[in-house]
Ligand binder design. Sequence first.
Ligand SMILES: Nc1ncnc2c1ncn2[C@@H]1O[C@H](COP(=O)(O)OP(=O)(O)OP(=O)(O)O)[C@@H](O)[C@H]1O
Length: 382
Amino acid sequence: MSDDVGGVQIDLRNLTKRYPGQAKPAVDDVTMTIQAGEIVVFVGPSGSGKTTTMKLINRLIEPTSGEILINGEDARKKKADELRRHIGYVIQAGGLFPHMTVADNIAIVPRILKWDRKRIAERVEELLTMVGLEPEIYTTRYPRQLSGGQQQRVGVARALAADPPVLLMDEPFGAVDPITRAKLQDELLALQDELSKTIVFVTHDFDEAVKLGDRIAVLAEGSRIVQYAEPAEILANPADDFVRGFIGENGAMKLLNVTRVADIDLDQALTVAPEADAAEVHRELADRDEHWAVVLDRGAGRPVRWVNREELADASGPVEDFGGPVDVTISGRSTLQEALEALLRSDAELVPVVVKRRYRGLVTLNTVQQAIASLREKAKRR
Ligand SMILES: Nc1ncnc2c1ncn2[C@@H]1O[C@H](COP(=O)(O)OP(=O)(O)OP(=O)(O)O)[C@@H](O)[C@H]1O
């Protein structure tokens, strides 16, 4: 995420919504802080109150009691219309007006704000480009002439029109096929890298929450917050069986997917120069009771070969004549899942990690296992 945070903090304080005629409140005394520039995902079963909580933020629904502070200011003290101009809102299938062109849909808020024609046209063009739709083709189309994914992109463009600090997204990608959905998710993350809005995102899909969320709020009935934490922490240490139920069977695999190689303790094997004496390397490995050495090239510090101790028994001459070439390396940005994939794909028992072309350490099956164990430990201590 960029340092330049475009979003603002949102505070919900003892927020309650009781619909008329309902025995239980849909939102029951919810208190939480949504930090500026973060994507916070609400996940929870149908009827838990996710949508109601979201609509309380832009006052499409008025609370029965409690407070909503946006950038420290009481949302209820503002005119609802005025408030909504600073909060973009995206719903399933984009929620576009069918009788308006793409350009007119996007221009709704700028027109209310009385921008001049030229400024609006420029903004529409800029936004369409930003969401990956060619302005020349799409400005004059009507929503029915667009695919589901394209409608969704226009919905996002419309929500961003007046550059609001806050975006509310209510199951925006629920109505598109899985491939388009994954693409839209990637696009949202790329946009967010640039814009750093404060985004509240509702979904019932835990995998979507893990992919998009800086933080996930797992909600139960009454919008009760069962756990509110970073995805890795929830995966490593689910608060209870309710959260575990949401994660599903393969929580450990999902944890591999949200953990980056740069953030774990790597194995540190002996590193040697290509011309190092094989017998000496063997002795040193035996002394250290280690199995592998990594040969780094001269100067650049890139891993070029790996050798194991057994191969070096009775060997003589330069170590570069032994062992095998390093043909797979991974970067610090890779996920543990990608590291595991690389390990299983290659014949090697280890995969060197290379950051800025320099060797940093190794990933082995043991490294992966240790990393998961230590993530769990850390999450428990919190
Ligand atoms: N306008 C309304 N009048 C009365 N009850 C309502 C109204 N809207 C929602 N509810 C009730 O409030 C509770 C929370 O609904 P809400 O739509 O916020 O849940 P949700 O978690 O978003 O559900 P879903 O995932 O199915 O969209 C539900 O019990 C619902 O029946």
